[in-house]
Design a binder for this molecule. Structure first.
Ligand code: IPD
Ligand code: CA
Ligand code: CA
Length: 263
């Protein structure tokens, strides 16, 4: 089985497991004050990791819940077995499985599967981005004030000043509207297919952004950090946009104060 075929197969299988167990979470553990992990996160991860280990025994695996296998292989799978855990634990049906594949440090493949809408996003480096087999492109929205944005907040928001609330306020003053849906991987895929015009967040992990960032890139979008420097899945910040509103987004995240209403 090829890497792409395997990633799609197991993303769908894990997605089915998530859908079947929605509303049937048996255990919730707290990794931090608001950072959860359920038994279903772990079941999904085991399903994916066992499948990959069996077929690609020499590949490295990086996962959110820590069933890693890192031995210095040039091939690395980067997996979030359930992106949107807080939603999932509350029965809010917005979540996905996210699988990225890296070779020699370069992202080759991104697969994101939303089992509730049965939407499969697939991107290959240099090969375009697809939603259920149809080519997707970022939106053509020209300005920030006409843009629908999305974001999320880091799990240390109660204890860190870098908690995104300042940027949220400033974007709320400049964009058409903002959504906080709760799955960074889906947020990025939605930039890729033009449902969102831009997305920003900080303190995300490689498994949150690996697959989604390739979808944005291959859909013709732009990705940087907050300084407009090249984006890395191992970095601290991300702005993902349709390209047209990117400079305006960079300006907003660099505002030194929180803008207050006029009048
Ligand atoms: C989280 C989601 C959320 C983002 C958080 C992530 P998880 O991942 O992607 O949208 O705001 O920062 O950690 O914990 O649900 O896999
Ligand atoms: Ca995640
Ligand atoms: Ca997760």
């Amino acid at each position: 089985m090829e890497v792409k075929e395997a990633a799609i197969y197991i993303a769908r299988k894990a997605g089915e497991l998530l859908r079947e167990n929605l509303g049937r979470v048996e255990s919730i553990e707290y990794k931090g004050a608001v950072d959860l992990v359920t038994d279903v996160d772990r079941k999904s991860e085991t399903l994916i990791v066992d499948f990959i280990k069996e077929r690609f025994a020499d590949h490295d695996i990086l996962t959110e819940e820590g069933q890693d296998k890192t031995e210095g292989s040039p091939c690395r799978w980067i997996i979030d077995p359930l992106d949107g855990t807080t939603n999932y634990a509350h029965g809010y049906p917005v979540f996905c499985v996210s699988i990225g594949f890296e070779e020699e440090g370069e992202l080759r493949l991104g697969v994101v599967y939303d089992p509730m809408l049965e939407e499969l996003f697939v991107a290959e480096n240099g090969g375009g981005a697809y939603l259920n087999g149809r080519r997707i492109r970022v939106s053509a929205t020209p300005t920030l004030d006409k843009s629908l944005l999305s974001t999320g907040f880091p799990y240390d928001l109660r204890t860190s000043r870098e908690n995104n609330l300042n940027h949220f306020s400033n974007f709320a003053m400049r964009a058409q509207a903002i959504r906080r849906a709760g799955s960074a991987a889906l947020d990025m895929c939605y930039v890729g297919c033009g449902r969102f015009d831009g997305f920003w967040e900080l303190k995300l992990k490689p498994w949150d952004v690996a697959a989604g960032s390739l979808v944005v890139k291959e859909a013709g979008g732009r990705l940087t950090d907050f300084n407009d420097s090249p984006f890395s899945i191992y970095g601290y910040e991300v702005i993902a946009s349709n390209g047209l509103i990117h400079q305006e987004m960079v300006e907003v995240v660099n505002l030194k104060t929180v803008v207050t209403p006029q009048g």
